[in-house]
Write a protein that binds this ligand. Sequence first.
Ligand code: DC
Length: 223
Amino acid sequence: MSYSIAIDGPAGAGKSTIAKEISNRMGCHYVDTGAMYRAMALFIVKSGVSMHDSKAISEKCQEADITVTYEEEGQIVWLNGENVNGQIRTQQVGEMASVTSVNPDVRKKLVELQQKLASTTDIIMDGRDIGTCVLPNATVKIYLTASVEVRAKRRYDELIAKGENADLGKVAEEIRIRDERDMNRDISPLKQADDAVLVDTSDMNVEEVINTIMDIAKKNGCF
Ligand code: DC
């Protein structure tokens, strides 16, 4: 029997770190749906379309051919034939993705792709609407969160480690704005699915979070 694990939660909760590690340990595919929204945002901005012109975004997004493949280094996101992994990881693209992901046509297109990916294999998928919309029948649903302060500090440490300039207060403010937008949009807002297990990682280290989720997954017949 195949399984699917849905992990949703706000920016900086650690979803991708945790999901990637579980996929490595258990040998299932990991789909980072945020990366697809980031690739779409990149396409829209590069096309010269205003991020606030909903009609133009609805039209333009139809021209974006976004696919993912799996190589040794993990998921590769392709935008119209170009590997865009190196361009989508910035704070700025994350912000743009949060704005353009409000658009219903962007969501429709990417949700279809995500459902197709999940239909053929065991999968762990992270995002904002996986348990509520993309995989409503997921074997396991986790809502991963942490306080704004803890998430901001983690993001700040990541930026500093990458050699970037960062201001902790500013990072916290950006996270608050992103939470607000992701949780209050009309279509598929970020929220805990009724049947999701809440995991608050504020006082947990990575290994503790991985073990907690793996235990829940095992109890539910995954692995
Ligand atoms: O997880 P992330 O930071 O890479 O996501 C970037 C943005 O994409 C996020 O702020 C909102 C959007 N997103 C979404 O609307 N639905 C998803 N399933 C994943 C991401």
